[in-house]
Structures are given as structure tokens and as C-alpha cells.
Write a protein of this length. Sequence first.
Length: 172
Amino acid sequence: KMPSEDFKKMNKEAGAKVEAFKADSRSLSKGDAALLKDIAAGGMMQLEVSRLAVKMATSEDVRTIAQAEVEEQTILGAKLKEIAKAGGAELPEEPDASTKEMVTKLKAKWGADFDKSYLEESGVEGHKQLKSTMSKVREKAEDAAIKRLATTALPLIESHLQVSQDEMAELG
């Protein structure tokens, strides 16, 4: 299990890397705009459920994971908006229906049940989906900034997945 301080340091360093690169100023292809929307949708899901977990989680470790996710997705979301604006693409303004449904389901849970559900839905399944999306982006994106974003974010997504799996195992 990764120590909390190492986890926080890793997240801070990864966030700085994402913030550091700039968007290209050319128009995005339809395919790249669609990939950007896929990233944004997954990020919004992670952000919304993690904001809830920061408030509702009973485990300090789960709150630490959720707070790191909020920070990661806030930085990633800002970079996505920058890339979309520079490339003339539009991103969703609000979470999709499945995200809203997930938030509603999580709000109905309490205590350890909430913690486990959050880790399963966001920490594990959400990161598996983000990993798949970022891998697809690395393979198919034409825009260099989008590829850099995926390449930069993928190791952090993989570490969040592993930390979430470790925490789930610890919670039983």
C-alpha cells in the first residue's frame, strides 16, 4: 500500500505536469473533438462522485483518495477546456445521466458501505474506464496536445486505480 504522503506527492507532481503544457492553437478534427468529449465525460464523473466522497467517506484513506481525485480532475478539466477552446471544440457543461444516477445511488449509502461503493465505482471501475479512454486517445488522436495529455495522465490514472484496489482490499 502506498503511504499517504507518497500518494499526495505523486498527485502534486502529476498535476504540475498536466498544467505545464500548452494547447495547440489549430482546429481539432471531429475525431479529436469526440475524444476530448470522452475524456471530459469520464473526468466529470470522477469529479462529481469524488466531491461527494470528500464529504461522506468515513475512512480517512478514502477521503484522501477522493480529495486527490478532485484535485486531479479539476486540473485535468481546466486543461481540457483550454485545449477545447484553442481547437474550437465544445465540451459538456454538466455531468451525463449515468453520472447523476451514480451520485444519487452513492448518496443513499452510509459508512463503510459508502466507502466501498465509492472505491468500486470511481476508484476501480471509473479508473479502468479512464485508462481505456486515455489509451484510445494515445492511439487515435491526431492533435499533439491531446496525445500529450493522455500520455501525461495515464500513469496517474494507473496509480489511482492501484491505490483504490489496495484500499478496497484493506476494507475487505
